[in-house]
Write a protein that binds this ligand. Structure first.
Ligand code: FAD
Length: 373
């Protein structure tokens, strides 16, 4: 079985890794467009505190977060460690005890069907500050030990290297898909034709333009996210600091190298406008320093831009297309692709092989919006 994967972000690299491990012949292609979402993603893996109520999203996010430990073990077996994954826990912070009561209740309900949530506890403002020193001193917290963070760049590179060890081949260039008699048969790449039995589209926010020449109107758009990396003074040990989740769409995520990542903007309708804007920086800095004034003296080390693949709703676009044999679509992971991506990539690979899927994929039908209209 020969499978071509178009797009080597978190979803594509995971699909490549899993397929190559299963012995499939794998070719993965990437144009390395500016603004790959995976390379900009903050790296929070903690769906349990999320405000999203959609059960189909939760079913996938729960499995996605719960799949990480298995993936990390498998990658270690393949000689890949150091992907920035760590179970540092997460704190939902607020100065409103009622808000924290609601969050605590929700997390406790979630724990009933997922032990990975870990231990749940309430923290005073002092206890919260002990875990995350720059925090504002009137913020109390709900602490969840099962929250994790991952470095999307390191993980993707590890998946690709491990896939290559299992025989996958990585090409650079912009692919277009070839269709013959209602079946995908290969791609055009840098003037060459590469044939395959199946093609997986993991082209993120660029998936719409890849599929439109085939007459497929995929409802996915780029949503720009600007995100800042702050370096702390005096080589502070930030390696065990928890993910901080205020009651907004913003957050703070710490990594091992005295670095705290803060963000991010969610700019629907941005198009592929790869720019750091004055308003973007203002928004992320104001939100971060409001919650963690202790970061005021940190150094603005880097600002990244990523285009989230935003679908018609919160659910990914995952599945096959009845009118086109051999095509699998796996995109639209929006703001939670680093949580869902490795697991969605695994499912996409299984779909390409024609294997049974443990989950009913009907809610994630890639053409669901088109079908409704
Ligand atoms: C600022 C920001 C913060 C985020 N924070 C989090 C977080 O904390 N937790 C979380 O779970 N998620 C987070 N996300 C979301 C997550 O990063 C994305 O959902 C996820 O990375 C999407 O992965 P992907 O593989 O679908 O797409 P991408 O990573 O965008 O990869 C798509 C790839 O396809 C390639 N491509 C496209 N077209 C072609 C073509 N024709 N030929 C060859 N190659 C092509 C592109 O070059 C690109 O490399 C965040 C996103 C952003 C932007």
């Amino acid at each position: 079985m020969k499978v071509i994967i178009v797009g080597s972000g978190i979803v594509g690299s995971s699909a490549a890794y899993h397929l190559a491990r299963k012995g499939a012949e794998v070719i993965i292609v990437d144009k390395f467009h500016q603004g790959q979402a995976t390379a900009a993603g903050a790296g929070i893996v903690c769906p349990w505190i999320s405000k999203v109520e959609n059960p189909d999203w939760y079913a996938l996010a729960n499995r996605g977060a719960g799949y990480y430990p298995t993936l990390i073990t498998d990658l270690k077996e393949d000689g890949e460690s150091g992907v920035g994954y760590s179970l540092v826990g997460a704190i939902a912070v607020s100065n409103d005890p009622n808000e924290l009561n609601d969050i605590e209740q929700k997390v406790r309900r979630n724990k009933e069907d997922r032990k990975e949530v870990g231990e749940i506890s309430r923290l005073t403002s002092k206890e919260a500050q002990t875990l995350f020193p720059p925090l504002r001193d009137d913020l109390e917290a709900v602490h969840v030990t099962g929250g994790a963070r991952v470095d999307g760049r390191l993980l993707t590179n590890a998946l690709l290297r491990a896939a290559e060890k299992h025989g996958a081949i990585l090409h650079t260039g912009e692919a277009s898909i070839i269709v013959t008699n209602n079946k995908v048969t290969g791609i055009q790449l840098n003037g060459d034709v590469i044939s395959a039995d199946s093609i997986i589209v993991t082209a993120g926010a660029w998936s719409k333009q890849l599929l439109s020449p085939l007459g497929i109107d995929l409802q996915v758009e780029p949503q720009r996210g600007q995100i800042a990396h702050l370096k702390l003074q005096d080589d502070q040990d930030t390696s065990k600091w928890p993910v901080v989740l205020p009651q907004s769409s913003h957050y703070l995520v710490s990594f091992d190298d005295s670095r705290v990542v803060v963000g991010a903007t969610r700019e629907t309708g941005s198009g592929f406008d790869y720019r750091v804007t004055a308003a973007g920086i203002k928004e992320i800095m104001e939100e971060a320093l409001l919650v963690a004034p202790g970061l005021s003296d940190s150094t603005l080390h880097d600002v990244r831009i990523g285009f989230r693949p935003a679908g018609p709703d919160i659910l990914p676009l995952l599945g096959t297309i009845s009118s086109l044999d051999g095509l699998v679509i796996a995109t639209g992971l929006g703001a939670s692709g680093l949580t869902l991506g490795p697991y969605v990539g695994l499912l996409a690979g299984d779909l390409a092989l024609g294997e049974e899927i443990e989950l009913d994929l009907t809610p994630y039908n890639p053409l669901r919006d088109t079908l409704v209209r």
